[in-house]
Design a protein around this ligand. Structure first.
Ligand SMILES: *Cc1c(COP(=O)(O)O)cnc(C)c1O
Length: 227
């Protein structure tokens, strides 16, 4: 077994352990392999072991890999900061976007999604820790944005995403993820049908699983430190 597939297997084991510990069905927790900075060959190797979903942060870098790997049934997730002038490329080439935080961007994705493709799956990014340096809609502005995005054609509002402030304190990690879960419940109570909580990365995926994550975005623990 290669180092890469061994690391992927180790991450899958962490997910299974945490799911068992916190009473979650592991089938309901999807693993997104965050492959930014890594060459198409590495993705191909993981795809051969059954990994289907890959996450990318930079549009141009991703388009090269999408083209190179078009013979594989990969599900492509855009997770990076999305500038309005890049929305067309994302709407045309990706299956998911996790980082929508303003209506203008969602409207462009909606208008630019090719009619021949299924709706683009969208998560709204929430700035859960209130960090000025981070993207994401504030919790206070989330509900009106979610209502407006859910009404757009060509995209499907699937849920929420967050990148909480980095901490090694497990209880603190859980508190931040719990807030995102509560916001998701509030939107559901408002009538939105959401099935995705995109939260948890290499260092905090156990806390995210404990708080109901349905999709983990994991890079370093699979691929190693980014160069
Ligand atoms: C890079 C990145 C990740 C992966 O982080 P790791 O710590 O490498 O697991 C997850 N989410 C987003 C939005 C990222 O940009």
């Amino acid at each position: 077994m290669t180092t890469l597939s061994a690391k992927l297997q180790a991450v899958r084991a962490r997910i299974a352990d945490a799911a068992q510990l916190y009473g979650r069905d592991p089938v309901a927790i999807q693993l997104l392999a965050v492959s930014k900075g890594w060459p198409a060959a590495a993705l191909r190797e993981l795809a051969a072991t059954g990994q289907k979903a890959f996450g990318e942060s930079y549009v141009q870098e991703a388009l090269g890999k999408i083209d190179e790997l078009r013979d594989l049934p990969i599900e492509w997730h855009f997770i990076g900061a999305l500038q309005a002038n890049k929305t067309r490329l994302v709407a045309e080439s990706f299956d998911w976007v996790h980082s929508v935080d303003e209506l203008r961007v969602a409207q462009r994705l909606s208008a630019q999604r090719p009619a021949t493709k299924p709706g683009l799956s969208v998560c709204l990014q929430v700035n859960i820790s209130g960090e000025a340096s981070k993207g994401g809609v504030s919790p206070a502005a989330l509900l009106p944005l979610a209502r407006a995005v859910a009404a757009l054609p060509g995209i499907r509002l699937r849920g929420l995403m967050a990148i909480p402030a980095a901490t090694n304190d497990f209880a603190e990690q859980r508190r931040a993820f719990r807030r995102l879960g509560e916001l998701c419940q509030r939107l559901r109570a408002d009538g939105l049908s959401l099935d995705c909580l995109s939260m948890g990365m290499s260092h905090d995926l156990e806390a995210a699983i404990a708080e109901g994550a349905t999709l983990l975005r994991v890079g370093t623990a699979i691929f190693g430190e980014r160069r």
